[in-house]
Design a protein around this ligand. Sequence first.
Ligand code: HEM
Length: 274
Amino acid sequence: MQGCDGSVLLDASYDNPHPEKEAPVNIGLAAFDVLEEIKAAVEKRCPGVVSCSDILIYAARDAASILSNGHVHFAVPAGRLDGFVSKAEEAQAELPDSTHDVQQLIDNFARKNFTVEELVILTGAHSIGQGHCSSFTGRLSEPPSQINPAYRDLLNYKCPQGSNPPVANNVRDEDYGVVARYMPGFTSRVRKIPDFLDNSFYHNNLAKIVTFHSDWTLLTNKEAFGHVVEYAENATLWDEDFSDSLLKLSKLPMPAGSTGEIRNKCSVVNHRLY
Ligand code: HEM
């Protein structure tokens, strides 16, 4: 929320009972233990040198490279500091939401100086990973003009009433049997190894088989739609532009005048604030 300052890694504490990670909009965030493990290993070798915010960016860089088979790659400058401010309320109010329409997304990204094109490029990250059913409840009753009815049936099957499991963002990462039952024409595209980071999000979007309303809504703005088509047609261009946009995201500064530190442990600030 305050730039790339590792604030999302902070746990609840006496001083700060509701940090960002507790915001409902952050339901998908996980693997904090992996970051903590990396930090502990780095601290052992060179204590007090590498911030958690730098480690988080390096992890994102490496994950993007590994999951794209090396197609997404960029060099990340170091030197971020870890922040002290982390508020669930602020995250909930300011992060984009899966129910947002395209204009809300455009305005949200513009507030951080990102263009419509960069909004479309970055949303392509939804070619990997998962979303909880609660993040796409509204999609389950949208009309065929907004969601492929067979895909809607598949999602309804994956989201039985009263439970909130995570579901693959990309239908090609879904169980083979489930795809065979609901979208038999799609079975040849089901992958044995899930989570390949590529431009498939744009193909899926044009076919109305994306999970979130916020994904689909990109088709409803002329400029955004043009970029969806552009990246569906040019996989290499997306790899390159995604690398640039993720690098730009990693450089979001803390507000002028803010202070920071190099945390000893990523989930807690070094000193209690009272
Ligand atoms: C355009 C605004 C965006 C919205 C509204 C949005 C919304 C969401 C939601 C609701 C989820 C699922 C959370 C859950 O239910 O577990 C999700 C997952 C994900 N998002 Fe986004 N997102 C946006 C932009 C981005 C960007 C810019 C990136 C990265 C560059 C990104 C990468 C991901 C990834 C990788 C996942 C899967 C996480 C996992 O598997 O645990 N998203 N997003």
